[in-house]
Design a binder for this molecule. Structure first.
Ligand code: NAP
Length: 257
């Protein structure tokens, strides 16, 4: 068999596409923003004021076109079509990366703490996706990539609100994929395994939890944010034009165990 041609690899190029990434100031979101930029996309960093400054500078230093817009996902009711007026232009790829987590026994979780997680991880994701996807649907093209979790499939330990929200993100991914596939918009998700970020720092600091996790990862190591870039570039690119409603697990083999 011959090697893939340059023309074949063009299907993975994001040249000429604008990608909006939420929560790109650190962790997975930062790696995805830099990775999508390396694949040719113009990047819009959407996050709390000032949070994306360092990523913006890194992109600018690399000569990659990028802008930042303020977006606080803790108030879903405030997220609407007016956001579109603050963007540099139409969005081709929306990456719903931002997320939050609290670890507590379920009986101790008060309603405010529950809502804080569900608002950011699910309800704001829904609001933002509807706002950004409306012009995609009108144009008949676009990609939405949601960042789900292994806790879209499993219950986790002392993270009821997070697991509930991430199960819902997987369900919403499929629901929107069904609804929008006929209009040429593909909605998919990436489910990262255990990735070394601030989100999982408490797990790495807990020797017992850390050992249990280490022992179950067939790849023999935790993931790094950069490990998720290939999946994101693929799902953002024309190569994924016939991929709809898929939750792509990138976990070093955790779910296969
Ligand atoms: N790390 C893992 O092992 C893992 C595994 C599965 C899924 N995930 C998911 O991957 C995504 C990224 O997580 P991460 O590991 O990179 O975590 P992280 O380092 O804690 O980053 C979380 C990001 O979300 C942003 N964010 C949180 N609340 C926000 C709000 N109210 N408004 C706007 N932005 C907000 C943060 O912005 P600020 O800097 O302003 O706080 C930050 O950029 C999340 O959806 C997470 O659930 C992570």
């Amino acid at each position: 068999m011959s090697a893939p041609s340059a023309a074949g690899l063009q299907a993975f190029s994001l040249a000429g596409r604008r990608a909006l990434v939420t929560g790109a100031g650190r962790g997975i979101g930062r790696a995805l923003a830099l990775g999508l930029a390396a694949a040719g996309a113009e990047i819009v960093l959407a996050g709390r004021p000032g949070s994306s400054d360092d990523t913006l500078k890194t992109l600018a230093d690399a000569g990659a076109p990028a802008t930042a817009v303020d977006l606080d996902l803790s108030r879903p009711a405030d997220i609407g079509a007016d956001l579109l007026d603050r963007l540099p232009g139409p969005v081709d790829v929306l990456v719903n990366n931002a997320g939050t987590i609290t670890r507590e026994d379920a009986v101790d979780v008060d309603l405010a703490a529950w809502s804080a997680v569900v608002d950011v991880n699910l309800t704001s994701l829904f609001q933002l996706t509807r706002a950004v996807a409306a012009p995609m649907l009108a144009r008949g093209t676009g990609k939405v990539i949601n960042v789900a979790s292994l806790l879209s499939f499993q219950g986790g330990v002392r993270v009821a609100s997070y697991a509930a929200s991430k199960h819902a993100v997987a369900g919403l991914t499929r629901a929107l994929a069904n609804e929008w596939a006929p209009a040429g918009v593909q909605v998919n998700a990436i489910a990262p395994g255990y990735i070394e970020t601030d989100n999982t720092a408490p797990l790495r600091e807990d020797a017992q939890r850390r050992r249990g996790i280490d022992d179950r990862i067939p790849a023999g190591r935790w993931g790094r944010p950069e490990d998720l870039v290939g999946a994101a570039v693929f799902l953002a690119s024309p190569a994924a034009d016939y991929v709809n409603g898929h939750v792509l697990v990138v976990d070093g083999g955790w779910m296969a165990r």
